[in-house]
Design a protein around this ligand. Structure first.
Ligand SMILES: *Cc1c(COP(=O)(O)O)cnc(C)c1O
Length: 367
């Protein structure tokens, strides 16, 4: 087969072990998954009501333009319907952007470590990748600016950043956008935007109006709790959306996903409650880290990266045996840190207790 050369040793995304597999291996009755930043509180009860009331046939193709979700979202966001693109999760939007703009001879600028899919898709398209190390867990926007040249097609900014949870302030992002050439597309990934409480966070909807080269990406997978339905979207001026649309598969979002996403948008009270509970959960982890003398990045997302200063895989193994699946920082660029999704108060207590046990056990071994 005549595979593209660049994909032959590209790693397949590792989704982490399934709950069932871990239960079986360690003979556990219950497992708490705190590895993929899903919402521990599920989704709006309105979504279940809506799902229970459907009388439709699944034989016909879905509405490829997602008209009803589009109307709902445009209205909610206060944007024009033509300024939106709906995709099979933000993952697919990242793929569409890459496919539309990247190719050999062009380059793309991103932070490192950041969300893995920017790099992954750039590799597939054969573009040159320019990675700029984080500083104190944050995007080095000046360093990224310095990497932009006449062949740069796309710049990725993840805020809050996965896996560090750090965010970019309004002052920082506007100073950056003021200097990016207008023919370079800036992607602002706000997968965790609804979790942010920092007073100096920007309003992405104001930014995209001011900067015609900006696309803001969002998802229903995180705070809305609908990861399995695979719905994400982008907000940008009409010219950018028009540029991307030919690359979008015609029926990329499905009938149920469109329906539950629209329903979930209507329940902002649920979103507010989750944001609030998430802050309390983060505080549990901060208190633990301070007690235990472990470093961490202050987070504006629903996860926290904790520095254990020992092999992260070992910490994960230990926690898994105790019934908690967390994400090793190793494949994320932090070999001695773990990324934990903030759970319910009980779940947080549980995983923190297991971490304390880990620290006690290793302290004994090292003694
Ligand atoms: C989870 C995540 C996404 C992908 O979300 P989907 O909509 O489920 O594809 C995108 N960006 C970041 C930074 C994420 O953490």
């Amino acid at each position: 087969m005549k595979w593209r050369e660049q994909i032959t040793d590209l790693a397949v995304y590792e989704p982490g072990r399934t709950i069932e597999a871990v239960k079986k291996q360690f003979g556990l009755d219950s497992i708490v998954k705190m590895a993929s930043n899903e919402n521990p509180f599920g989704y709006s009860p309105k979504v279940d009501e809506r799902l229970a009331s459907i009388h439709r046939s699944y034989t016909l193709y879905p509405d490829g333009y997602a008209t009803s979700l589009r109307e709902e979202a445009a209205n909610f966001l206060g944007v024009d319907e033509k300024q939106l693109i709906f995709t099979n999760g933000t993952d697919e939007l990242i793929q569409i952007i890459s496919r539309a703009l990247l190719e050999p001879g062009k380059n793309t600028v991103m932070a490192v470590p950041t969300f893995s899919q920017y790099r992954h898709n750039a590799v597939i398209e054969g573009a040159e990748i320019r990675e700029v190390p984080l500083r104190d867990g944050k995007h080095d926007l000046d360093g990224m600016l310095a990497q932009i040249d006449e062949n740069t097609a796309v710049v990725w900014v993840c805020s809050p950043n996965n896996p560090t949870g750090t965010y970019t302030s309004e002052k920082e992002i506007t100073a950056f956008l003021d200097q990016v050439p207008e023919e370079v597309l800036v992607v602002l990934d706000e997968a965790y935007g609804d979790y942010v409480v920092a007073a100096d966070y920007y309003d992405a909807l104001e930014l995209y109006r001011k900067y015609s080269n900006l696309i803001v990406t969002r998802t229903f997978s995180k705070i809305y709790g609908l990861a399995s339905f695979r719905v994400g979207y982008g907000i940008a001026n009409e010219a950018i959306i028009r540029g991307l649309e030919p690359v979008r598969p015609p029926f990329n979002t499905n009938v149920l996903g469109q329906m539950v996403a629209a329903e979930a948008l209507r329940d902002q009270e649920f979103v507010r409650k989750c944001r609030k509970k998430n802050r309390r959960g983060l505080q549990q982890f901060y208190d633990f880290c301070n007690r235990a003398g472990l470093g961490y990045y202050p987070s504006q997302a629903n996860f926290i990266l904790i520095h254990f200063h020992c092999d992260a895989d070992r910490v994960c193994q230990f926690l898994m045996k105790k019934g908690f699946i967390v994400r090793s920082g190793r494949p994320l660029g932090f070999p001695e840190s773990i990324r934990v999704t903030v759970g319910s108060e009980e779940q947080n207590k549980g995983v923190i207790h297991a971490m304390e046990t880990f620290l006690e056990t290793t302290a004994k071994i090292n003694r």
